[in-house]
Design a protein around this ligand. Structure first.
Ligand SMILES: [Zn+2]
Length: 262
């Protein structure tokens, strides 16, 4: 091998490694959209609100012997199992999700840092609501979904993505599994039961998590809650905050942004 060959090989190697170097550099160039100091203040205050409520709900769960630490350990061990169990039970797609909805879902996932290829998206007609998320599965009832405007639809997906990010589905399964046998199978427990408190907490966390991203998302939340009231009325189930409370929360977030930005 002469010097010319050696130089060619070396140049080739530099090019090869250069490719690997270039890919992450390119990714870094896509910088996130600047967040205004006003939005940052809003995010901090609502994150504190969520943290306070998390403390309360875990205190309630601790009172029946279910601690956050215990759940975290069990959840880590059972995470894959619950995902597969759920997929086995629910993952029977009926038809295809439209390309328009699929594109929007992918965009929303990317906006919140979820890799779309990690999540299975399926169409279903059996669900009463619009969308539902497990940790690795997103189910959409496109017929019910179509009753909502585009900003509201975007919010519905943004809300479900928060459930995915927080592993809410598997956490609820873990909590349920730790309940006494007679309570485990009951879908609806009394309103003040610690699991129902956790349900309402994770719903509020998903709403706020999506809404405080920026001004557009706050308005998406307001659009969704207004339309939800028009379509379903003022629903008050133990698993979700009352619809009018969700609307008030949305209005509160939008008002906070508007007074701070003007
Ligand atoms: Zn939800």
């Amino acid at each position: 091998m002469n010097l010319k060959h050696l130089i060619i090989i070396l140049l080739g190697l530099i090019g090869f490694y250069g490719m690997y170097y270039f890919v992450p550099v390119q990714k870094k160039l896509v910088s996130p959209i600047e967040i205004s100091p006003e939005i940052k203040t809003l995010q901090t205050s609502f994150k504190n609100h969520i943290a306070d409520n998390a403390k309360k709900v875990w205190q309630a769960l601790s009172s029946i012997g279910i601690t956050e630490e215990r759940c975290r350990i069990v959840n880590k061990q059972r995470y894959e199992l619950y995902t597969k169990e759920t997929e086995k039970a629910f993952c029977k797609p009926e038809g295809e999700i439209s390309n328009k909805t699929k594109t929007m879902i992918n965009q929303v996932m990317l906006e919140f840092g979820v890799e779309p290829t990690d999540i299975t998206v399926i169409a279903t007609t059996k669900m009463l609501g619009t969308a539902n998320a497990c940790d690795k599965l997103l189910m959409v009832n496109e017929k019910n979904f179509s009753y909502f405007s585009e900003p509201a639809q975007k919010f519905i997906i943004g809300h479900e993505v928060q459930h995915i990010l927080n592993k809410d589905h598997s956490t609820c399964s873990v909590i349920r599994n730790l309940l006494p046998a007679q309570e485990k199978e009951q879908l609806m427990l009394p309103r003040q039961h610690p699991l129902m408190q956790f349900y309402r907490f994770k719903e509020e966390r998903a709403d706020i998590g999506a809404a405080i991203k920026n001004e557009e998302w706050a308005n998406n939340y307001l659009a969704y809650t207004k339309e939800m009231m028009e379509i379903y009325g003022n629903v008050d189930r133990p698993t979700h905050p009352k619809s009018s409370d969700r609307l008030n929360m949305a209005q509160n977030i939008v008002d906070t942004i508007n007074t701070k930005i003007v």
